[in-house]
Design a protein around this ligand. Structure first.
Ligand SMILES: [Fe+2]
Length: 287
């Protein structure tokens, strides 16, 4: 029987209890994250609730772990320690491999908001469909406020952690490391919804007490389920010439996977500021 929490008896991490999912979602092998930007290739909300650590050992500052779902990998103890203690380190420079520069993916994109690691997060997103001839690649939008409202009324405990726990969002590539922390559901001073950030490829919850981590992971999983359920999703297909324009502080967007071998697909995206767009709308509504 594996363990949900492990402690490492010696060295820097001896005072911390490490949670199975917290470690699992930090695996950084090529089967788990894109090696160019460290974005996860899977949805962490779909990890097994009862994930255990089957075995672990420490060898020369490297923690090796095998999980109950078959995943395994290694962690540098210093990296874990620095993350837990919010110590920013200048990363080791790696030789750039040109053939790996392509950020483009044909994988399914589950509902997410863009660039939650930016300050400020891009306000309005435009997606201009130049071509959409591939099989698959249908678009979807979800009203994050409506999901948050459902949580508020039906899952108050989940709602509480999602509005209270600060999560780190991090984007890494060859040029930059962008980091910000925020709640998945951000409220204003009147407890009205202000902003939704949801991007399972880029979020890192701090190492909290086991109960709080369990609650957070259950809450995030539940929110993921809602955001990807037909109860909340509007599905449509962009065709050549169409532009989808939506509020990235409120809506989540997604896309089914597509097969790049079946035709040309090109969506050109850009962002514009929220305030000027809202300001123009206000002006137009109040001539
Ligand atoms: Fe996106």
């Amino acid at each position: 029987m594996g363990k949900k929490i492990i402690s490492i008896n010696e060295g820097k991490l001896s005072e911390f209890k490490l949670h199975s999912i917290w470690l699992r979602e930090r695996l950084n092998g090529s089967e788990f994250v894109d090696q160019n930007n460290l974005q996860r290739l899977y949805e962490p909300s779909l990890l097994d609730d009862n994930l255990f650590i089957n075995s672990h050992n420490v060898n020369e500052n490297i923690l090796n772990v095998e999980f109950s779902d078959g995943a395994k990998g290694s962690f540098n103890i210093d990296d874990l320690y620095n993350e837990i203690n919010n110590i920013d380190v200048i990363p080791e420079k790696k030789i750039w491999n040109v053939s790996e520069q392509n950020f483009y993916t044909a994988l399914e994109l589950t509902s997410h908001s863009d660039n939650p690691y930016r300050k400020p997060v891009p306000g309005i997103q435009l997606l201009h469909c130049i071509a959409n001839e591939s099989t698959g690649g249908d678009s979807s939008l979800v009203d994050g406020f409506s999901v948050a409202n459902f949580l508020r009324h039906n899952q108050p405990e989940f709602y509480k952690v999602l509005t209270e726990i600060n999560v780190t969002f991090k984007f890494t590539d060859i040029d930059t490391i962008l980091v910000d922390e925020a709640k998945l559901i951000e409220l204003d001073h009147n407890n009205n919804f202000r902003q939704i950030r949801f991007s399972g490829r880029l979020d890192y919850v701090p190492l909290l007490e086991e109960n709080n981590l369990d609650l957070f992971y259950n809450a995030r999983k539940y929110m993921f389920k809602l955001c990807n359920s037909d109860d909340f999703k509007i599905k449509f297909r962009l065709s050549k010439g169409m532009i989808a324009m939506f509020d990235n502080l409120r809506l989540l967007h997604g896309r089914t996977k597509f097969d790049p071998n079946t035709g040309f697909r090109h969506l050109q995206g850009c962002y514009i500021d929220h305030d000027v767009t809202e300001g123009k709308l206000r002006r137009l509504l109040k001539p």
